[in-house]
Design a protein around this ligand. Structure first.
Ligand code: ADP
Length: 213
């Protein structure tokens, strides 16, 4: 009796899980990765992109590609990036609007490095309302300051990014605290914020993300 009850119970759980999965697959997964420089947004963004087969839209990557190619955008962005300052909102919002208009984002997208200011977040809200593509989750990846500094110093040796100098790193962290950290409250008020402990192995952090999506 006990066993058959348990069996029935499990069947129920199984079928409700199937329903849940289907529902998840029908919906576009629109996610924002929020967190300071060095939090691991890019690393987790790649994993998420593979897991859900949706593009990762990294404004940092788009800008670095433009700088490498020497396009007018790259020429404008370079001096801001080298010193760890933000590229003006109007420029970045235009880039994201264009990128999200591409077909491959229809099934969802992962934003890494955008929005970074309240003005950018407001513009994204307007864009997603116009296009009826609501943001579902904002993953705030949290890492203690000391560990961020160590990671960024380590990355300077392996990746050789021009903005990983001591001076630019310090400035990027300050800019994060002043301009971007207020977005944590902005999205908490909208009920979209999911806090993720960003310490431990890449796999451990990814598992924590899987639990909240
Ligand atoms: P990190 O998160 O390590 O600082 P990113 O690759 O996200 O690095 O960004 C690198 C640089 O590109 C930033 O310091 C800034 O100059 C520029 N940038 C990227 N995204 C934005 C954005 N949303 N708004 C303004 N500037 C941006």
């Amino acid at each position: 009796m006990k066993a058959s009850l348990r069996k029935g119970g499990l069947r129920d759980v199984d079928s409700s899980l199937e329903g849940y999965t289907r529902e998840q697959e029908d919906r576009a997964m629109n996610v924002i990765l929020l967190g300071p420089p060095g939090a691991g947004k890019g690393t987790q963004g790649h994993r998420l992109s593979e897991r859900y087969s949706i593009p990762e839209v990294s404004t940092g990557d788009i800008l670095r590609a433009a700088v490498r190619q020497g396009t007018p955008l790259g020429q404008e962005a370079k001096s801001y990036m080298d010193r760890g300052a933000l590229v003006p909102d109007g420029v970045i919002i235009g880039i994201v609007r264009e990128r999200l208009a591409q077909d491959d984002t229809e099934g969802g997208f992962i934003l890494d490095g955008f929005p970074r200011t309240v003005a950018q977040a407001e513009a994204l809200t307007r864009m997603s309302e116009e296009q009826k593509r609501p943001i579902e989750h904002v993953l705030s990846i949290e890492v203690p300051q000391q560990e961020l500094l160590q990671r960024l110093a380590g990355r300077r040796q392996t990746e050789g990014r021009r903005d990983d100098t001591d001076e630019a790193i310090r400035h990027r962290l300050e800019v994060y605290a002043h301009e971007t950290a207020p977005l944590i409250d902005f999205y908490r008020r909208q009920g979209l914020l999911r806090c993720i402990a960003g310490v431990g192995t890449v796999d451990e952090i990814f598992q924590r993300i899987m639990v909240v999506l």
